[in-house]
Every structure is written in C-alpha cells, then in structure tokens.
Design a protein around this ligand. Sequence first.
Ligand SMILES: O=P(O)(O)OC[C@H]1O[C@H](OP(=O)(O)OP(=O)(O)O)[C@H](O)[C@@H]1O
Ligand SMILES: O=C(O)c1cc(=O)[nH]c(=O)[nH]1
Length: 209
Amino acid sequence: MKNQQLISDLLAIGAVRIETEDFFTWTSGIKSPVYCDNRLTMSYPKIRRQIAETFVKKINRHEPAIDVIAGCATAGIPHAAWVAEQMDLPMVYVRSSAKKHGKGNQIEGQIEPGQRAVVIEDLISTGKSSIAAADALEKAGVEIVEVLSIFTYGLKSAEEAFTEKGYTYSAIASYENLLDQLVEENVMKADERKLMEKWRQDPYVFTQS
Ligand SMILES: O=P(O)(O)OC[C@H]1O[C@H](OP(=O)(O)OP(=O)(O)O)[C@H](O)[C@@H]1O
Ligand SMILES: O=C(O)c1cc(=O)[nH]c(=O)[nH]1
C-alpha cells in the first residue's frame, strides 16, 4: 500500500478531521487542529487488509526473523492481530500501564526473554505511548526490532524520543503525505498548508499550560 493510497483511504472514510477553532485534545494534552482516527479502518476489511499486508512486507525485511508481534493498547491491537495472523506468529499486546487487578499484567500474552519483537501502533504523535510499550517489552527481556505505525505526525520531539531510546520506527504514511493530499484534493489551499506545517513545528502553540 503506497502512502498516498492510505491517505486517500483515510480521507474517504472520514478518518481525518480538521478543526481550526475547537481543537482536539490529544492523549499528550496537545491541542491540535487535526485528528486522525485510524480506529475507523477496522470497519473496512479491504483497507485494514492492505494496512496489514504493508506491515507484513516491512516486517519480512528483518533478519533474523521476528518472533512476536506486539500491539499497543488499544488502537494498535487489532492491526497487530491481523499481522500476527497473516504471519502465523505469536501476538501479545501491551497496556499503557499494568492492570490494577487480576494478574497485574502490563503485557498480555506469552513472551520469552530474547524474542525479537515488532511493536504495532496505529498512530504516533509524541511517541510516548509506543515508546512506553516498547520499554515494557524491553524490560521483560524482549528485543525491539522496530516500531511500526499506520500514521505519524513526524514531530521533531517524537523523532528525538525514539532516537534517544534507540528504537527504529516507521509509518506507512505521514502528516506530510496528508497535507499533500489535502492540497491535491482542493480541501486545503497552499497558504493554509503553510499554517498547518508551521503548527507542526510548534505543536504546543495552542496548548494552555
Ligand atoms: O504518540 P502519542 O503522543 O503517545 O499519541 C499516540 C497515541 O494516542 C492514541 O491513543 P489513545 O491514548 O487515544 O488511546 P487508544 O489507543 O486507547 O484509543 C493513539 O492510538 C496512540 O496510541
Ligand atoms: O495524539 C493523539 O492522541 C492522537 C492524535 C490523532 O490524530 N489521532 C489519535 O487517535 N490520537
């Protein structure tokens, strides 16, 4: 699946919303004029299959092979499941924090120290959620080979956070691809695009302390 195809699909199913007055609040607290709801892709078998196939191709590049697919709770879980199913690999998922009852697990499913894992996330903003999942797996002795997501905003702070941790990450499509497509489809004018690009350089600009 090409990045521009994914963006077209996300736009076609209404997964991308832009609000220039009543901002969205991201999990990080950032107030954003954009929200990309990749959860909607679950409801479209062709799109979710193409996403899984693209992830599988990326994962198959790794040598030695990957032992386990790890989904980030919650939105990464179904995509991790479809990838694990296609690859006939074990799957686990990682909660944002350990359960307060039951077995107190943060990682659900079976992992063994020394296994090589790919972490599947639906979206990367600051990277905090997927890095926390990768950290939990690493703490359990698992090697993080790559973090994959459907979409990334490509925020500088996320890039720095991944680099600092030494995790490799990639996404099928980016905010850049989204802006290209919005201009292409005449949804956004070139000067509006500039503003959206500017906001990405300083994503906390609308966030009150
Ligand atoms: O890179 P980050 O700044 O961490 O932001 C991205 C995370 O935010 C969203 O999850 P959300 O917290 O909304 O929870 P959900 O997956 O349970 O819907 C998204 O699904 C990512 O997990
Ligand atoms: O950072 C987030 O919370 C976030 C941003 C976004 O565009 N979509 C989403 O589901 N979460």
